[in-house]
Design a protein around this ligand. Sequence first.
Ligand code: HEC
Length: 204
Amino acid sequence: MNAGAMHRLKRWFLITMVAAVAASASLGVYVYSGHYNIAADEPHWFITAKIIETLRDRSIDRRAKDIVIPDLEDSQLLLKGADQYEAMCTGCHLAPGMENSEIRQGLYPAPPEFSRVRTDPGRAFWVIKHGIKMTGMPAWGRTHDDITMWSIVAFIGKLPEMTPQAYKERVREARAGEGMASPGDGTGEHGAHQHGHGHGESRH
Ligand code: HEC
């Protein structure tokens, strides 16, 4: 390389560096200025929403792909799920025959309605266990064992074909059965914990 070319290369390098520093400085100023509107009642720009959705979906896909899915047709599991879902999820995700809730209308992004959309069981399990940052979707794994979360995954898989009447009956049945559960049969506190092993995700 001759001296002239070397000089031009150095100049371009310098200009690129200055531009990069200026860009990150103005980003810092913007972040600190308070101009960004963090309000949940003002939607993202289309491009921002696309980036966040892609980031979320790829992140979940990557982490959920090796999860081993247990038998989701087990009737005891489904019954347990009915009770759990009704108690913990309907406020945000609704249920067959349920009107929109106040909390749901204020959430951004909006929680999906499981009686209208189908979910992949492995992905659903991962999301229920770990939650999603900055959305309002909690990490239920902090307070619940794997078998409880699988019971909910099993149950939400049945919601799209469930009538409001059938939904009510499942919940009533689940609650009626609760009092009769004997210790260690998988529905009591201790039983649930013992059965909780082996169905989890592999750690990397
Ligand atoms: C406080 C409100 C709230 C509660 C309570 C809540 N969720 Fe969510 N959930 C959300 C929001 C908001 C999203 C959407 C996040 C997004 O779009 O990135 C979400 C997303 C999900 C998803 C991912 C859906 C998909 O396919 O992308 C699953 C699965 C889920 N929730 C299951 C549950 C279950 C099961 C419960 C009850 C144990 C529950 N959630 C309780 C707010 C909630």
